[in-house]
Design a protein around this ligand. Sequence first.
Ligand code: FDA
Length: 392
Amino acid sequence: MDKVDVVIIGAGASGLMCAATSAYRGKKVLVIDHSNKAGKKILMSGGGRCNFTNMDASPKHFLSDNPHFCISALRRFSSQDFVDLVDRHGLEYTEKAPGQLFCQHTAKDLLSILLTEVEWSGAEIKLNTQVNSIEFLSEGKLLKTNQGDLLCDSLVIATGGLSIPTKGATGFGYEVAKQIGHSLLPTRASLVPITVQPDRKETLNALSGIACDVSAASNGVSFNEPMLFTHRGVSGPSILQITNFWQPGEALQINLIPELSLESLMRVRQESPKKSYEGVLSTLLAKRLIDIIKLDFPWLTERSAQISNQQLEALYSSLSDFDISPNGTEGYRTAEVTLGGINTKEVSSKTFESQKQKGLFFIGEVLDVTGWLGGYNFQWAWASGYCAGQYV
Ligand code: FDA
C-alpha cells in the first residue's frame, strides 16, 4: 500500500494549485483523477483560451449561502498573485474585457504552467484512478482505488461540480461530504444557455446566430452585455450571467434597447421627423431581428412624425421586455458551473478543513461558492487550492 502525506482527488484547477502549494512545503503529495488527462476543463474554458482570472475579483462577484466564506481566501491569494505566477512562466495573455485575462494563444499554455509547477514541487499525478471507497481510520484515510490502496494523513476533495459530465464531472465530492454528515445546498446548472418554449422557438430560430447588446434582468439583478440567439434559445454573456440569479419559472426581462428610453424614442419625431423607426433601430439591432419586430409593428418603415404616442409605447414595451418565453436551461451538459454544493458553514474558511472530519479538506467548485462569468470561478479555484495547500 502507498502511504503519502496528502492525497488530492481531482486534477483540475483547484487540485493542481493545492498540489504544488503543499508539495513546495515539503509534503509528499499525490493527485489522483479518474480521467485520462489533467485539467480538461481548463483546456475547454474561455473558448479554448481560458479566462484564467479577473483583476477585479472580490467577494461581491461570488454567490454562496454563506457570503463571507470566500473573503479570506480571495484576500490571501488574489488575482494579482495568480498573474505573478503566470508572469514568472512568461505566459502571454490579453485583457479581452475590463479585468478579464485570457491566454493570448491557447489554454494549453496555462495548463502547462500548472503542470510544470506540480512537477517542480515534487507532487505526483496519477490518472485513470477511480476511488471505490474511503475509510477514515485512526492511522489515516484509506482509499481503495482501481490502482491499489492508498493511505494519507490529509485528503483533499477537489472534484469540482456537475457541469460537463463528458469531461469527467461527477457528484463524487458531494457523496464524500454526505458520507461524513455534511449538509449540501441544492445544486443546479448555472452560467448556462437558456432554452425557449417550443411555440416561441419557431420564431426565434430564424434569429439563430444573431448577437445584440441587451440588458438581462431577474430578481433585482441585471447585466448589460451581449446576448446570442441560438437554435435552442438564447446564450451569450448576459444570459449566462443571469442564470446565476434566475431559475425557470421566475420572471426574466430581456431589454433589446437598453440604450433607449421611451422619451428618446418620442424625441425622434421632433428631431428627425422624416426618419423611420426602422432606421433608428437599425443602428442597434440586426436586420433579421428587425424583420421579426416588423411583423408586430409594420409601421416601423413609416416616417416617425406619423407615429402616435400609443404606438411608441407599445413598441417600447415590446422591445424593453422582449418575449423569449424561457423554458429552462441547457443543464449540466453545457453549463460552465454548478450553483450550490457543500455547505461552507461546516468548512473552515482559513484552512478549508471539514469541521466534521479532521484531515479532510474541500476546495474549488465542489463548495457552495459560485462566481460570475468572467474569470471569477478560476480565481476561486486558485485561491481555495492555494490556501488549503498551506494547511494540508
Ligand atoms: P475541475 O472541474 O476543474 O476539476 C475537477 C477534477 O476532478 C476533474 O479533473 C475531474 O476529472 C476530477 N474528478 C471528478 N470526479 C472524480 C472522481 N469521482 N474521481 C476522480 N476524479 C474526479 N471559469 C473561469 O473562471 N473562466 C473561464 O473561462 C471558464 N470557462 C469555462 C468553460 C466551460 C465550458 C466550463 C465547463 C467551465 C468554465 N469555467 C470557467 C469554470 C471553471 O472551469 C471551473 O469553475 C473550475 O474548473 C473549477 O475547478 P475545480 O478544481 O473545482 O474543478
